[in-house]
Design a protein around this ligand. Structure first.
Ligand code: GDP
Ligand code: IMO
Ligand code: MG
Length: 427
């Protein structure tokens, strides 16, 4: 029963989409377990580039069944447009399964996300504005709408009314916005119901049966460890659990079933949105990482903040996720630097600190302690084995492995499927 979790070890955009797609050819199911269309996963297959938001990256592998688990929040209009976009490009999406227990991002959740951010002013989180936080808030407040509710019109109407009762008070009285009319929301949601129906399934049953039948199941995280609502840099986080435990609750699979947890780790660091980022660069090195790495958000088009590799964060990701392996991505982007700084610890108010501080104040004060590693200038994008890498690139990888606490089992040297050095097999 090989069940693997693949997740972001930093602040998202580590290259999870590429890694999932790479494994997609040898797994039977790829499952999203949290988040929604706040994610943006770029997959490059030959000369074709795909930007996926809600759909699992396994959708591009014909033999793989893509699954949207109960822990995901689904915007039906985004789901349908993403499906038709892929269909137009000749991708068969008919195998997709969606949990009837997944929550729906309603139009009012998107409105609330946007107005709340505007109201926060300079304290804003910098959300993707896709309604993620408010939808999870409704779920926890037990006023959420689930996929299965689309198939009982009177229940749907009652639930939408209940959800809007308090929200309309807030929208009109606090935010000075127009009230949202429940009937219009119900009508819009019902308009999606029939198109979504063929995909709706008891995904918990399907996945557990698949594991019993020795099928290979890959759980694909959105976002990343430091954006986790419990383990990330709260409050500058997303509203779900991208960390490994989230795969169990978000898909209905017990922890005893998980055999491997792979952390996707960029060879440097990026972040989108607000919040602390100790190794962030504001100089031409940061600009160069952004330019060479193409660090622009797939979902919002925002420039990503860029900085050097942070081993404190990588160690933390190993710990909170129980990582068994790392997949190091974008090593090629670092080609050309004479020396590459790597953050090995923090200095916080005069103290040297090896591990991520749990206190928000301490983390805001953390200054990176750098070690300089020698760089390389050779093109590494054609490297197929570890031995093909120049000595300094090999040493950089070995140093990161040593500092991060789990073996690096694959290395990305370019965006394409085949631009990968496989060291230990994942399956
Ligand atoms: P995700 O959200 O974790 O799936 O990552 P994104 O797709 O948002 O961002 C990663 C970007 O890096 C995408 O444009 C990928 O095509 C690209 N990418 C992934 N791996 C590599 C790599 O090893 N080298 C290079 N140069 N680009 C990569
Ligand atoms: P992938 O899966 C990077 C960030 C947003 C914001 C915070 C909260 O492509 O790695 P939200 O809309 O989730 O409430 O925003 O989380 N964020 C991401 N940053 N990659 C992502 O996804 C992200 N999804 C959300 O920028 O700071
Ligand atoms: Mg992304």
């Amino acid at each position: 029963m090989p069940a693997l979790v693949l997740l972001g070890a930093q602040w998202g955009d580590e290259g999870k989409g590429k890694a999932t797609d790479l494994l997609g050819g040898s797994v039977d199911y790829v499952v999203r377990y949290q988040g929604g269309n706040n994610a943006g996963h770029t997959v490059v297959v030959g000369d074709q580039k795909y930007a996926l938001h809600l759909l699992p990256s396994g959708i591009l592998s014909p033999d793989c069944t893509p699954v949207i688990g109960n822990g995901v929040v689904v915007d039906p209009s985004v789901l349908l447009s993403e499906l038709s976009g892929l269909n137009e490009r000749g991708i068969d999406t008919s195998k997709l399964l969606i949990s009837g227990n997944a929550h729906i991002i309603t139009p009012y959740n998107v409105t609330v996300d946007k107005v709340t951010e505007r109201f926060l002013g300079k304290r804003k989180i910098g959300t993707t504005g896709r309604g993620i936080g408010p939808t999870y808030a409704d779920k926890i407040n037990r006023v959420g709408i689930r996929v299965q509710d689309l198939y009982d019109e009177s229940i749907l109407a009652q639930k939408v009314e209940a959800a809007l009762d308090a929200k309309n008070q807030i929208l009109t009285k606090l935010y000075n916005r127009r009230a949202i009319v429940a009937d219009q929301v119900v009508e819009e949601l019902l308009g999606y119901a029939e198109q979504i129906k063929p995909y709706v399934a008891d995904t918990v049953l399907v996945l557990n049966q698949a594991l019993e039948d020795n099928k290979v199941v890959l759980f694909e995280g959105g976002q990343g460890t430091l954006l986790d609502i419990d383990h990330g840099t709260y409050p500058f986080v997303t509203s779900s659990n991208p960390t490994a435990g989230g795969a169990c609750t978000g898909a209905g699979v017990g922890p005893t079933k998980i055999s491997r947890v792979i952390g996707i780790l960029k060879a440097y660091t990026t972040r989108v949105g607000a919040g602390p980022f100790p190794t962030e660069l504001f100089d031409e090195d940061g600009e160069a990482l952004r330019r060479i790495g193409g660090e622009r958000g797939v979902t919002t088009g925002r420039d990503r903040r860029c900085g050097w590799f942070d081993a404190v964060i990588a160690r933390y990701a190993t710990r909170v996720n129980g990582l068994t392996d790392f997949f190091l991505t974008k090593l090629d982007v670092l080609t050309g630097w004479e020396e590459i700084p790597v953050c090995v610890a923090y200095e916080i108010d005069g103290r040297r600190v090896q591990e991520l501080p749990y206190s928000q104040t301490d983390f805001h004060h953390a200054k990176p302690v750098y070690e300089m590693l020698p760089g390389w200038s050779e093109d590494i994008t054609k490297a197929k084995t570890f031995a093909d890498l120049p000595k300094n690139a090999q040493d950089y990888v070995k140093a990161l492995e040593e500092l991060s606490g789990a073996p690096i089992s694959a290395i990305g040297v370019g965006p394409g499927r085949d631009e990968t050095i496989e060291i230990n097999s994942f399956i």
